[in-house]
Design a protein around this ligand. Structure first.
Ligand SMILES: Nc1ncnc2c1ncn2[C@@H]1O[C@H](COP(=O)(O)OP(=O)(O)O)[C@@H](O)[C@H]1O
Ligand SMILES: [Mg+2]
Length: 225
């Protein structure tokens, strides 16, 4: 149930690797979203407390309003979460908090969403090569590329190996091409032009939203008497 045979232009069943080719019926897209959501939950980098964080908790100031509104708009789009948002700036301005809010908000509305630091994401992909890995690299890759909302936090290429750079470039390229159907949020302390030419070029694209979050460090602000 839920699968359709793929036919060629003459109406004959198409074969792939000696077997009839099948594809998921569009009527099952809701079921797929649930399946992906359940798997993403296992690799999600949020603690139980962080899963409670919501947009309502975000203190909106004149400085960060731009960023807040951009992330809310991309997440709560009438059709479905979509777009590409790059949050860059110094520590403490709310990049991580906003990313978490977006993931939690979309997830609460049934969209398969995941928050991961870039390091955890790469570790997760790398771990698929271990002999005792429970899923393949392809399965892990597909899960991350298909998430309705993917938030990659703490993106940094400092000391990144070529393999890691290649993975990030490819992943970001794929997510960028699906900008109309899914939401990708990148958070980084590094300036956008400090990445590889490929990444910098994507991040600088006119379709990518790079909102201003100001410079107020909420960690310091909170600890003031
Ligand atoms: N606008 C905000 N409203 C309330 N708390 C905030 C806001 N921005 C940041 N914080 C809090 O300040 C701390 C640092 O924010 P965080 O999102 O980790 O910053 P960044 O990722 O930019 O370094 C966190 O505890 C976060 O919950
Ligand atoms: Mg952060």
């Amino acid at each position: 149930m839920g699968w359709l045979a793929v036919v060629n232009e003459y109406g004959f069943q198409r074969m792939k690797d000696g077997k009839p080719e099948i594809r998921r019926c569009p009527c099952q897209s809701g079921a797929d979203e649930k399946l992906i959501a359940a798997r993403l939950r296992n690799i999600d980098g949020l603690t139980d407390a962080e899963r409670q964080v919501e947009f309502l908790w975000f203190n909106v100031t004149p400085d960060n309003r731009d960023g807040f509104q951009a992330v809310v708009a991309a997440t709560q789009d009438m059709r479905r979460p979509h777009g590409f948002v790059v949050l860059s700036g110094p520590p403490g301005i709310g990049k991580t908090m906003l990313s978490m809010c977006a993931v939690n908000d979309a997830r609460s509305r049934g969209y398969a969403s995941v928050y991961m630091t870039a390091k955890d994401l790469l570790d997760h992909l790398r771990a698929s090569f271990a002999p005792d890995a429970n899923t393949t690299y392809d399965a892990r890759w597909e899960l991350i590329t298909k998430a309705s909302v993917l938030a990659i936090d703490e993106l940094s290429l400092t000391a990144a190996k070529p393999w890691a750079i290649e993975q990030l470039e490819e992943l970001i390229g794929i997510r960028y091409r699906r900008i109309g159907d899914m939401l990708t949020i990148i958070a980084t302390n590094h300036p956008i032009d400090s990445f590889t030419p490929k990444l910098t070029s994507r991040f600088s694209d006119r379709l990518v939203v790079r909102p201003n979050l100001g410079t107020l460090d909420f960690r310091k602000w909170r600890s003031q008497p």
